[in-house]
Design a protein around this ligand. Structure first.
Ligand SMILES: Nc1ncnc2c1ncn2[C@@H]1O[C@H](COP(=O)(O)OP(=O)(O)OP(=O)(O)O)[C@@H](O)[C@H]1O
Ligand SMILES: [Mg+2]
Length: 225
């Protein structure tokens, strides 16, 4: 057990270190590109720099999501379960994500039903919900509300509900696939791994992920435990 624990810790440290080593130089290149954009006047050069910044943002996002996905796969195979209060975990996550939501004038509203205890891995669960809230922030318009609803009956479930355009119905059964993105993502940067991560985390906890559109508009992603 001690050897297994040591090997788990080393792999996780490796993943975190890898993420850091890929993203740090990308952040440096991005800041150079941004500073150069301030000095460059010619339109075609400005366009080239903007494309470069977008490609850097895409690489950085892809590196982060790939390494998160690796971490989730790894932890899911070696699941260390403990009693976790989903309500408390979500409350903390909502607080942590509020600054980003505020920048978009989006309200994050946690609708709780008191402590909801599941036997699971807090790191994985946080990662799954972060991806779902991140999607709601990305694909729903500014000045709207994202509701995170925790229910305890008949089973413990969490809905992440937004007021955006919802999922394209024809695409819904494919979106949880690896690297799959919707056809209407517009300018939003992404690598098509967020829903894969959330679904893998649900499965690791013997749960399921359900995508739906609400009749009043907006997307709803449910993790059912
Ligand atoms: N809340 C939402 N409203 C509308 N469409 C959504 C929503 N969440 C996800 N989608 C659609 O599902 C697709 C897959 O989502 P997923 O989170 O897996 O990837 P992504 O957001 O494109 O990239 P990333 O890996 O960076 O999260 C998105 O590209 C988008 O088309
Ligand atoms: Mg996403």
């Amino acid at each position: 057990m001690a050897r297994l624990e040591q090997s788990l810790k080393q792999s996780e440290e490796f993943i975190a270190e890898a993420a850091h080593r890929v993203r740090t130089p990308l952040a440096t290149v991005r800041s150079y590109a941004e500073a150069t954009l301030q000095r460059v006047q010619k339109q075609e050069n400005r366009d080239a720099l903007r494309s470069m910044m977008r490609a850097i943002d895409e690489s950085s996002r892809a590196a982060g999501q790939l390494l998160d996905h690796a971490m989730v796969t790894f932890r899911a195979e070696n699941l260390e379960r403990e009693d976790i209060d989903l309500d408390g975990l979500l409350c903390e996550l909502v607080q942590r994500m509020s600054p980003v939501a505020e920048m978009r004038d989006v309200a994050l509203h946690l609708e709780s039903a008191g402590p909801a205890i599941i036997h699971g891995d807090a790191v994985l669960l946080q990662n799954a919900f972060r991806n779902l809230i991140d999607n709601a922030l990305k694909y729903a318009p500014i000045e709207t509300t994202i509701t995170i609803r925790v229910q305890k009956t008949p089973r413990i479930s969490v809905d992440v509900i937004d007021q955006g355009r919802g999922f394209v119905p024809d695409e819904m059964d494919k979106l949880a696939g690896r690297f799959v993105r919707g056809g209407d993502t517009g300018d939003h940067i992404g690598s098509g791994l967020g829903l894969t991560i959330a679904q893998d985390v649900a499965h690791a906890h013997d749960g399921t992920m359900i995508l739906s559109n609400r009749s009043e508009g907006g997307a709803c992603v449910t993790l059912l435990f």
